[in-house]
Ligand binder design. Sequence first.
Ligand code: ZN
Length: 171
Amino acid sequence: MKIIRPQIAKYIIEVYFDSWFSVHKSNIGIISLWIRTPAGLGKVYRCPRCDELIPDRELGGDFVKCSCGWIGFPRELVGETLFKLNIPKWAKKLAYFVRKMEVDADIILRRGKIPISIIEAEMVARENPKGGELLDKARKDEKAIYTKQALIKDLSSGMSMEDAIAAFLKA
Ligand SMILES: [Zn+2]
């Protein structure tokens, strides 16, 4: 039986900034991609040739094969990626990943000095049943989450995805 949980996004796009976002300059950030699975969070890599998403759980053997025909070693896949962009370009970059994930993603912004991220809390919760408390705390503490539902609501009101994400970044 397939359990459908439409309220929970399949993917997470995590962006880490080392300082508060400035609307007036370019901001350096690192993007990490994650997938929620019944076994917990898994990392998502990208094909170095076509940028297709390749979840961690599909990496078992010595070689990775992408649907574009690229074959290589797992270490050649693209993981964390650093960008230095202004707000409109960050919005465009994040919209690119959201579309790649078929609008089934939460965006989480981490900034310097946040004690625990929701990602770390989910990792703890996976390994320790009591970690769920930490996850609840992280969800409460974490201010900068743009959920899939919030994005879909903004899109249905007529905003473009880029404008919606830019508004989130500036909030
Ligand atoms: Zn590829």
